[in-house]
Design a protein around this ligand. Structure first.
Ligand SMILES: [Zn+2]
Length: 68
């Protein structure tokens, strides 16, 4: 079963992650605020967050996955 909405949504999230990791300022898809990126060295759970708490992507980076 194809789910077009889910497919598009997943693609958008992957694209958001890729752009944020590249250091781009990416707007929250919900409210338009610039998303905050916590990397593995930030001391917080790695992920991408909206400052208004309406959007969040948690990441499962291991420390060894980055910086090699
Ligand atoms: Zn937001």
């Amino acid at each position: 079963m194809e789910n077009e909405f889910k497919k598009k949504s997943t693609h958008d999230i992957n694209s958001i992650i890729a752009r944020v990791i590249n250091g781009e300022n990416v707007d929250c898809p919900k409210c338009g605020s610039v998303l905050i990126f916590n990397d593995v060295n930030s001391g917080k759970h790695p992920g991408i967050f909206c400052p208004n708490n309406d959007f969040r992507i948690m990441m499962d980076f291991k420390r060894n996955d980055i910086g090699k």
